[in-house]
Ligand binder design. Structure first.
Ligand SMILES: *[C@@H]1O[C@H](CO)[C@@H](O)[C@H](O)[C@H]1NC(C)=O
Length: 517
């Protein structure tokens, strides 16, 4: 029996070692939440028995044996101090503009990939991969790694599917019933649709008109490595539309249910570990003893709550101070005059706090990872959005009945007082949160298992060409049926003209008859 078991274990080990693939995961964004997404890929691919090389500005300590890391943390220098709470509040910084964000990200990636550490890596002939996973973040440049290793690549998309990513594997969304991911309003009025349409047109035009620039950047970064390995240098325009699959940090419980191509797969929730870690002793005790419930307040990892202006911070403390609930506030600084029921922490185990049965409300910036974690545990939210998709994440939570939006401005403390009372006393928010939590967790296989399955699937099917959308090969005027409309229009005009001439002929004919009669 014992011997049998060891044979099984041995066999599994041997099989794993022989059938494990080599996967390169490229998550170059120097932002904490993006490294959480990258680490999710690494964790699940390792668990499935593969070897992973991880390009990241946040290398993990003591990596397991099948993980190698390429440390690009020098690229923090290219992104210094872009995200600042005060700049968002004063509207000095507006990154709801795709083209602005695109320029920042594209040049950040261009600089990152020309760093010696990356050049050495791609020019090393010993580096060989079966597949590359690249995060899409407002630039397509990372797709170039697939040309170096001559292998299929998979887009990792961090947001609810939107037109800028879907157009890389299929076509644009229909503005009639979809809202763009950077919109602040969750509506499709005439003006919203006009703007969305304008954005789609401008995006298509920009990708087309700038294609030579992108091709030059691709050649400068990857050209030498590609030709050295004896591969033909492709046109970058052909590379970016060559993604085998897109794995999205999205879930039907969070999105708008727009039609998706066969090679888009939802894996939202994969960053959440199967077993939530226990709380540290002091927090466990605090939460256990908070019989009236706990409100958890955190602005995520990219923004610092310490940058909230002092008068607003004091206003918030006053509001919190009169609550019967305990408030756990993640703040990166020590502040004076903290009321007794407010517990300020510089670091918080968010998932463990949300999972505690006494947690009744989450006040969040509305980042998608936080939304998924709140769905995982069924806690309603008050959302204070600052940038990117946060507005819509919160709007969607409101529409689904488990969230409420509140802007962080001078009036925030007073509005928050009303909102907290409403959220805590009205059970419908909690009920909706539980309902959508059940949907979020009802999956055919865990998101992490699906992630590993689809990466293996792409390798097994040599690029999953059978899943690709015909829309990529179709001209834009055909997709808009412009040629058909044109022919129909001509047909109508010609028939009209013909009828008119016929009428004239008949009239003249009968008139002539009358005269002669
Ligand atoms: C597209 O991907 C396939 C593998 O998935 C690869 O063989 C081919 O060379 C790629 N073409 C371009 C232009 O990148």
């Amino acid at each position: 029996m014992c011997c049998c078991n060891s044979i099984v274990v041995l066999l599994t080990l041997v099989l794993n070692c022989c059938y494990g693939y080599k996967v390169l995961a490229v998550f170059p964004m120097p932002g904490k939440s993006h490294s959480i997404l990258g680490e999710g890929y690494v964790r699940h691919l390792l668990a499935a028995g593969h070897e992973v090389t991880y390009i990241t500005p946040f290398p993990v300590k003591d990596p397991p044996s099948r993980l190698r890391q390429v440390d690009i943390s020098e690229n923090f220098a290219f992104m210094r101090n872009i995200l600042d709470v005060r700049k968002f509040m004063s509207k000095e910084l507006d990154i709801q503009n795709y083209f602005l964000v695109h320029n920042v990200m594209n040049s950040m990636l261009y600089d990152t990939y020309r760093m010696p550490v990356i050049q050495k890596f791609i020019n090393d002939p010993k580096e060989q991969y079966d597949a590359v996973v690249v995060e899409w973040l407002y630039s397509e440049l990372s797709a170039g790694f697939s040309s170096v290793f001559n292998c299929p690549f998979i887009w990792a998309s961090s947001m609810i599917p939107h037109t800028a990513v879907l157009s890389l594997i299929d076509g644009h969304v229909n503005p009639a019933y979809s809202v763009d991911h950077l919109s602040r309003d969750y509506t499709t009025t005439f003006w919203d649709r006009l703007y969305h349409w304008y954005y789609i047109t401008k995006l298509s035009y920009q990708r087309w008109s700038e294609r030579d620039t992108y091709n030059d950047q691709f050649k400068n970064v990857f050209g030498e490595a590609i030709t050295r390995r004896g591969h033909k240098l492709p046109q970058f325009d052909d590379v970016i539309y060559n993604g085998s699959l897109m794995l999205g940090n999205s879930h039907p419980a969070t999105g708008d249910n727009v039609a998706l191509p066969e090679n888009y797969k939802h894996i939202g929730g994969y960053h959440i570990k199967d077993v939530i870690e226990p709380l540290p002793k002091d927090l466990q005790k605090l939460m256990d003893e908070s019989k009236d419930g706990v409100i958890y307040f955190s602005m995520g990892s990219m923004l610092k709550s310490s940058e909230i202006p002092d008068d607003i911070k004091n206003g918030l403390l006053e509001v919190f101070g009169v609550l019967k609930q305990t408030v756990i506030w993640k703040l990166e600084q020590v502040i004076p005059n903290v009321p007794k029921n407010v517990h300020v922490v510089t670091w918080a185990p968010q998932q463990s706090i949300l999972a505690h049965p006494n947690c009744v409300l989450f006040i969040t910036h509305g980042g998608l990872l936080s939304i998924m974690e709140t769905l995982n545990t069924g806690v309603p939210i008050i959302g204070m959005p600052f940038f990117a998709d946060q507005y819509l994440n919160i709007a969607r939570a409101s529409a689904k009945g488990f969230g409420m939006r509140l802007d962080l401005d001078e009036k925030a403390p007073e509005k928050l007082r009303v909102a907290i009372k409403n959220m805590v006393e009205n059970p419908s928010y909690r009920q909706s949160a539980r309902k959508f939590s059940a949907i979020f967790k009802d999956n055919i296989a865990s998101p992490g298992q699906q992630l590993a399955y689809w990466v293996e699937y792409v390798i097994r099917t040599q690029g999953a060409f059978h899943l690709r959308s015909p829309a990529l090969q179709t001209s834009w005027y055909k997709k808009l049926s412009l040629d058909i409309f044109l022919v129909l229009l001509l047909g109508v005009i010609l028939s009209f003209k013909l009828c008119k001439s016929l009428l004239v002929v008949i009239k003249n004919g009968s008139g002539h008859k009358k005269k002669t009669a």
